[in-house]
Design a binder for this molecule. Sequence first.
Ligand SMILES: [Ca+2]
Length: 434
Amino acid sequence: MRRPRFGTIIALAVTSILSGCNALVGSFNNPVDPANITTSNPYASYTLSVASDGNGTVAINGGGSVSSTSTTVSWGTAVNLVATPSSGYVFSNWTVVSGSATIANASSALTTVTLNGGDASVRANFSTGSNPAISLSSGTLGFAATQGGSNPYSQTVIIQNSGSGTLNWSVNSNASWLSVAPASGSLPSGTWSTITVSTDITGLSATTYTGTLTVSGAGALNTPQSIRVALSVYGTTGGTLAWTDSFESYAVGSFPSAWTPDANASDLSTNYVTNSIASNGSNSLRLYGVVGGSWASITYRALNVTPTYRIAFDVYNGTETLSGAHPQRAEVGIRQGTSWVNPARQLIYFDQYGNVKDTTGATITTYSTAQWYHVEITYSRPDSATVSVTYKINGTTYPAVSTSAQSSESSMTNLELCAEEGSAWFDNVQVYQQ
Ligand SMILES: [Ca+2]
């Protein structure tokens, strides 16, 4: 197997543990989300300058409030911004002064900025005023859950008083399944606090619900503000089987023709249909990522479903000692197209320490090598900004995990199976339209 030269790695490597199976990983301090890559140089870093118009202070990524600051950021990385008005002023908006940058919510003192491919400067603008003002870190939240199962994990939103004086705020929900705590509070100018948003699926049938949290503040310039909340409830079973592959129809020793191999999966000496181990029938698919290397085995097959869908499979992890650049075993995700340089979402992976990890990199549960696991993953899009993923492993359902959608999320129409390092076997792969 020819290994790309390091220069090739620099040009092509797309590394983010949270973003999909990586065939190659170089030694980079600032992994870049492949979803945001639009040129051949994913590792470019640029200078972001953030300033105030002089009537307030700014902070980047939780740093101290200053009149102006700058930082080096990787292309595509969202940087948190906070603007705090001086006494007698209120926050007005963020503007891009030079360069090209995307500000998620320019009218909120709490927001994020993403550089579009070059240095850029942004500025917080304030205006005179003595009223409090409401800024929210998010205007939309998505949740998902299995009907009759556990409630989704709670999520948090930050409320800031981006005006003068004191903001006495309260939050009201218009839906019985949607609650928030605390429901009211008091914030001096420039300060903020966190509210926790929870959903309760008790008695809800399988569909998508929307609700609104209204944040009000007496005398606030921009009262009320709202947070739109979407909740998807779906069944764990049922749905329509889109396709299934038990690897029984292929010749032992071949690569399964319905699947597109990528990276080390193209090496037939280590990646093939085998009859030495199976969870059903006699055959399974063996994938092998180079041990001690950075050359994963990945294969793709079109999902042919739209969210909400469910992916079920059986997986058996090998026992090799891992020491390479991405020392994880089996991984399953979704990807745009059939190349590992394309945007992807890693839905689940099995790390070298015996932990099963979710799409955010958090631990779901533990596992053992040399043992079959039956995994079901339900992928849902409560709204355009949000992804929710539910895991069921060997019959145990875990609460849904919600995270932000990538910019290329909707184009990830292929299922990927991967052995990042070492061997992994897959069998009984099924995709259901929910
Ligand atoms: Ca089989």
